[in-house]
Design a protein around this ligand. Sequence first.
Ligand code: ADP
Length: 393
Amino acid sequence: MVTDAAGFVLYDTALTDNAAGRYVLYREIYAALNEMDGFWSKFSQGVFQSKAAVPVMSRGRVIGAVYLCEYDTVQGPLLLSFQSVVANLSVGAATAVLLISLIVSSVLTRRMAGLLRAIRLAREGEYSHPAPVRGKDELAELAKEFNELTVRIQHTDELRRQFVSDASHELKTPLASMRLLADSILLTEDMPLSEVREFVGDIGDEIDRLSRMTEKLMLLTRLDARVSVELWRVELAPLIMRARNMLEPLARQADVAIQCELDDGCAITANRDDIYQIVFNLMENAIKYNHPHGRVSVYMYRQESNVVIHVDDTGAGIPESDLPRLFERFYRVDKARARLAGGAGLGLSIVRDIVERYDGSITIKSEIDKGSRFTVMFPRADLKHSDYTLMAP
Ligand code: ADP
């Protein structure tokens, strides 16, 4: 249909009910006469109906409209079959998605249940049931991490248990000797005063041993707890000379000579007490496990960006088979001799803990009946850095 600006039909192609010469104001024509495109379509009962109208413009004004109406029965069945294919496809896809998500979620749930069971058992202290690791996804990664964590916790747990049992055993021994000595004094009538004095002296020695051990245990606990300590630039030569002076009486008693060859300018960034502890423990061992007329030699020099300290002795040496366990807590090579020397096997584990704390290293070279060399290496203090820092825990 072609209409004028008022909706009067000028021309109509319809064969029946031709509207030419009449006013028609269909919704689409009305829209077109108001300068808008009018369109409407509907699909029902296999028939596709569509109506459209566009304005006819001249010099910016609407002078009429062209209206088109289509009644299509050919595309209907095509559209219907397309509609049913789309519907079937959607139902199929939805069912497939549902099934897949059910399967995936049940597999995931089962795997998570395995992990959860392992976590609960670990919480109860049962570490022998690792979480099952299947596949290579995040869940498998999680299970692997968890298993590694439990292995570490188990190891730490065993170490702690071992430590507590060793510590109580070591503390019990001097207590038992003190009990024995005290009982002897109490139960022996008319004990000569000199003997009483001797026994009381022995009790005093045991008390000394106990306090030395508790001091070392406390130091180890402090090192374990990684308590923050103040770090200073520490010149090592005066520190070594101080340890030497402290150990001089012990060396004289053991008939061991101490000699030191120390280069100047060897400084590291550390806590003074910690480093003193290392030097003291190594020199004390070198004296304790030496032969009469033996010698202890301490050498210190700079090597590239490190400070190297050797503590040599002319003692019994350490069998190679004992070297890997030497730094363990309460480990002693010759138990009888070590106990006689007043050692509980804690000195070297303290040394190792402190050396590691300051990014240093410790190595041992030993020859039976010739002696041992303990070598400690630390990174040198950087002069450009400030003198003082606080070590983070
Ligand atoms: P302790 O307090 O018993 O001396 P340490 O941890 O310092 O404990 O030493 C562990 C063991 O290593 C000692 O009991 C001793 O058997 C052995 N040891 C340590 N230093 C030396 C050394 N310089 N020569 C020979 N044996 C040594």
